[in-house]
Write a protein that binds this ligand. Structure first.
Ligand SMILES: NC(=O)c1ccc[n+]([C@@H]2O[C@H](COP(=O)([O-])OP(=O)(O)OC[C@H]3O[C@@H](n4cnc5c(N)ncnc54)[C@H](O)[C@@H]3O)[C@@H](O)[C@H]2O)c1
Length: 317
């Protein structure tokens, strides 16, 4: 089975590739090394993957229709896992058009290739952001969606495009609504890596929304195991799953816990316009489909991630 992971130099793409390579799958990875965050970090990830003979990397932009078409002609892919995207909710207020270019037009280019090449399964990243400010916790997949920023709009549209193409072209789509994924090789623009960096470089850490945010932190190891199970399972229609631990944690509590042994100067600031107050998803649907997991304990993985961060001197990248 030839599996394509787009955005393979990214946090989740890289981690999923590592997991699938352990299981001896043949993995094709593409990424354009976008400059949104440290390209050195992305290159470190790909260099690690390149050590495995079953991994094949191509520097490729999903917005480049012609090159993408040639790639598919040559590689004869069976499954697409689309994790290439412009991520991040706050940056969507600064550069909204990029979200449309990559997350919508890039996605459509892949859908086109899936049609031409009769792809068996098309798994794609959505996001917990599609729910917006909804207090019906824990949020189930059938809740009404209410996106609050362009990033969330782009993910909701991905789901709608998938739903439509499943019906018209019989492509088997599965959407993954990731909830604040964290862990080794995590994204430097997200809360945890920013906290570690502030500690290591003795800079001020700004806590948004005066510390009142709650996030359903989900360990990367658990997230990739869920995706692995989804790859193996057959579905009769377009399905969307929350990838979450069903365990919301207050951001300020995390900072205070960390600060006991690892001093960090912090400042409370007001809520960012693009942010959501609280995320908390239900992971019952996965369990109901026989895809349940034992989720990791948050603080164990939090400190494990910090040890990895220090050891690999990620703050220098
Ligand atoms: N990490 C999370 O907590 C989280 C939460 C919700 C949703 N998601 C979604 O999951 C997916 C993966 O997220 P991530 O955290 O790994 O992000 P990431 O930014 O680390 O990875 C995305 C990768 O896509 C690549 N990319 C961007 N534009 C591209 C293009 N035009 N062509 C080819 N490659 C391109 C980037 O270079 C990057 O390596 C994204 O769709 C993201 O929106 C992530």
């Amino acid at each position: 089975m030839k599996i394509l992971i787009t955005g393979v130099a990214g946090f989740i793409g890289f981690s999923l590739a590592i997991q699938l390579l352990k299981k001896k799958h043949k993995i094709y990875g593409i990424d354009n090394f976008d400059k949104y965050y440290s390209v050195s970090l992305k290159k470190r990830r790909v260099n690690l993957l390149n050590k495995n003979k079953k991994f094949n990397f191509s520097k490729l932009d999903i917005n480049n229709k012609k090159k993408l078409n040639n790639f598919f002609k040559k590689k004869k892919i069976d499954i697409i896992i689309n994790l290439a995207a412009q991520a991040g909710v706050r940056y969507s207020l600064i550069n909204p058009t990029k979200y449309i270019d990559v997350n919508i037009l890039g996605f459509l280019n892949l859908v086109e290739e899936a049609k031409i090449n009769k792809i068996k399964k098309f798994i794609y990243a959505s996001s917990s952001s599609v729910y917006g400010e909804n207090k019906n916790f824990p949020l189930k997949e059938n809740e009404k969606l209410n996106p609050k920023n362009i990033y969330a709009v782009s993910k909701k549209l991905n789901e709608e495009i998938a739903e439509m193409h499943q019906k018209i072209d019989k492509i088997n789509f599965v959407g993954l609504r990731f909830f604040t994924i964290f862990g080794e090789w995590g994204r430097p623009d997200m809360f945890m890596m920013k906290l570690f960096k502030a500690h290591m470089t003795k800079k001020i850490f700004y806590i948004n929304n005066f510390g009142n945010h709650e996030r359903d932190f989900t360990y990367i190891g658990d997230a990739v195991k869920a995706v692995e199970k989804i790859i193996k399972k057959r579905f009769n229609k377009h399905e969307v799953f929350n990838i979450c631990s069903n365990n919301p944690i207050n951001i300020y509590d995390v900072v205070r816990n960390f600060n006991k042994a690892h001093k960090v100067k912090f400042k409370l600031i007001e809520m960012h316009k693009a942010d959501i107050m609280k995320t908390h998803g239900s992971n019952k649907k996965l369990t109901n489909y026989g895809l349940g997991l034992n989720y990791s304990e948050f603080y164990k993985k939090f400190y494990q991630t910090f040890e990895w961060y220090k050891k690999n001197k990620i703050y220098k990248l």
